[in-house]
Write a protein that binds this ligand. Structure first.
Ligand code: NDP
Ligand code: 2IT
Length: 452
């Protein structure tokens, strides 16, 4: 068959849709990547002959299991758990676990697919995976969360391992949940290995893993700005979310001289025209993580700020935006509003926060737009460094790790620039750059293996 006969994005996508009914998030993620990859591989016959993209878009396996646990009132509760092992061409499966009411197989398949490209971009030897459960941690006691995590790991443990698949945190899974799951893994297997990352410092965790995603997304924003001779200093920044990624992005933006105007959660957003400084960020961290409170309470705590119920922050005029909450939280109308208000840069701390229409609008407007798979890769990169430290049974110092994070984010930026140049302009299409750079390494490894 000639190359031309292979190259048809629409046919490819109709096959993806047919094989994945009722999985819109997965189809969306594959579409966004395939738009760039099809153009890139047009004249590259081996990638077609060996059906590389088709194979990356078909997870190696999807494990689904029942998770039973008992709540504090003695009721038996039943949840569904999954681990999606998308691709291990360049290393063990690696990616977070998400506990959220809305988790479905589609959501985890999109995340595992994205993770494959993201992990490749870091330059570290990690394949792509993701897992989680439709367990809703909101309002649960510590003991309920512990019992759930133990039951979840009692099934998951047989599918993971330090050289097989290494989960970590994501939405609803932080230090507490990783601790409970690591404890259960160790108990079942009688092994102390680096099977999870994001662990506590006392039991094999790495310094700066907690900060890495938010800091990394801010470094990526800074890298994009520096590439055009600009910086974060003095810029106004709108951030969504108020969890791990959002609060650490806010912190690094503040360190670099930016002014953070908003944070949000699933109940709405707060707008603080005076700027959300370090003291306020510390309050948010304590309130959202330790007290498991709501962002709405910020308005009662800090005079001059406002809470907007059930609204997203994208209408607040800003120079820069960082979506750091969840998928599809920024749609075409939001993108138009940001552009109309003069936003010049977007760095995605969350995975696929911008819907396809929004992505197209940002690309067309040629703003500095760092997609999640590049911009938020700092978290998994430091997870990769945690794996190395665990294997070598050593702990690196904070300064070394901070430098490695900066270097890795710089390397990701360079790889995007290498593949994302727009002919006849100085502009970098970071979406295309990230998709192609992420693809090439995985694809070439797959070619080396033949058909497996
Ligand atoms: P957290 O659980 O710490 O925080 C999640 C935040 O997003 C909370 O403020 C939460 O609000 C909000 N949120 C979740 N779902 C929704 C929703 N449906 N609508 C509006 N707000 C919502 O998670 P993280 O900060 O770790 O993750 C945030 C994003 O970053 C996710 O997309 C994740 O995949 C991505 N990411 C995370 C990495 C990490 O290292 N943790 C690495 C790379 C990407 P509420 O409290 O009301 O639920
Ligand atoms: O989306 C992500 O990159 C993460 N949730 C972090 C994954 C990891 O293995 O650290």
């Amino acid at each position: 068959m000639s190359v031309a006969e292979h190259v048809n994005l629409d046919e490819f996508m109709s096959g993806v849709k047919r094989r994945n009914p009722g999985q819109p998030e997965f189809v969306q993620a594959v579409q966004e990547v395939s738009e760039d990859i099809f153009e890139f591989i047009q004249d590259k016959l081996p990638y077609h002959e060996y059906q590389i993209l088709r194979r990356i878009a078909e997870p190696d396996r999807v494990v689904s299991f029942r998770v039973c646990w008992e709540d504090d009132n003695g009721n038996i509760r039943v949840q569904r758990g999954w681990r999606v092992q998308n691709n291990s061409a360049i290393g063990p499966y690696k990616g977070g676990l998400r506990f959220h009411r809305d988790v479905t197989e589609s959501v985890l398949k999109f995340l595992a697919f994205e993770q494959t490209f993201k992990n490749s971009l870091t330059g570290l030897p990690m394949g792509g995976g993701k897992g989680g459960s439709n367990f809703n941690p909101k309002g649960k006691s510590d003991h309920e969360v512990m019992r759930f995590c133990q039951s979840f790991m009692t099934e998951l443990y047989r599918h993971v391992g330090a050289d097989i698949d290494v989960p970590a945190g994501d939405i609803g899974v932080g230090a507490r949940e990783i601790g409970y799951m690591f404890g259960q893994y160790k108990r079942i297997t009688n092994q102390f290995t680096g099977v999870l990352t994001g662990k506590g410092l006392e039991y094999g965790g790495s310094l700066i893993r907690t900060e890495a995603t938010g800091y990394g997304a801010t470094y990526f924003l800074q890298n994009m700005l520096q590439h055009v001779g600009d910086s974060i200093d003095g810029k106004s920044v709108v951030i969504s979310g108020s969890g791990n990624v959002a609060t650490h992005a806010a912190e690094k933006v503040t360190h670099l001289g930016g002014k953070v105007l908003t944070l949000s959660d699933s109940g709405g957003f707060i707008y603080d025209p005076a700027g959300i400084d370090q003291e306020k960020i510390d309050w948010v961290k304590e309130h959202k993580t330790t007290r498991r409170g709501r962002i709405a309470d910020y308005a009662g705590e800090f005079a001059g700020s406002e809470f907007h119920t059930d609204k997203r922050p994208w209408g607040v005029p800003c120079d820069l935006a960082m979506p750091c909450a969840t998928q599809n939280e920024l749609d075409g109308d939001d993108a138009r509003t940001l552009l109309k208000n003069g936003c010049i840069g977007v760095s995605e701390g969350a995975n696929m926060p911008t819907n396809l229409e929004g992505v197209h609008l940002f690309k067309e407007a040629q703003i500095l737009y760092g997609p999640g798979k590049a911009a938020n890769a700092g978290g998994v990169a430091v997870s990769g460094l945690e794996m190395s430290q665990n294997s070598a049974r050593i702990s690196w110092k904070e300064a070394e790790l901070q430098k490695l994070l900066v270097d890795i984010m710089g390397g990701i930026h360079d790889r995007c620039v290498e593949y994302g140049g727009v002919a006849g302009t100085e502009h970098i299409d970071y979406v295309r750059g990230a998709n192609i750079a992420g693809f090439v390494k995985v694809a070439d490894a797959m070619l080396a293996y033949g058909v497996v």
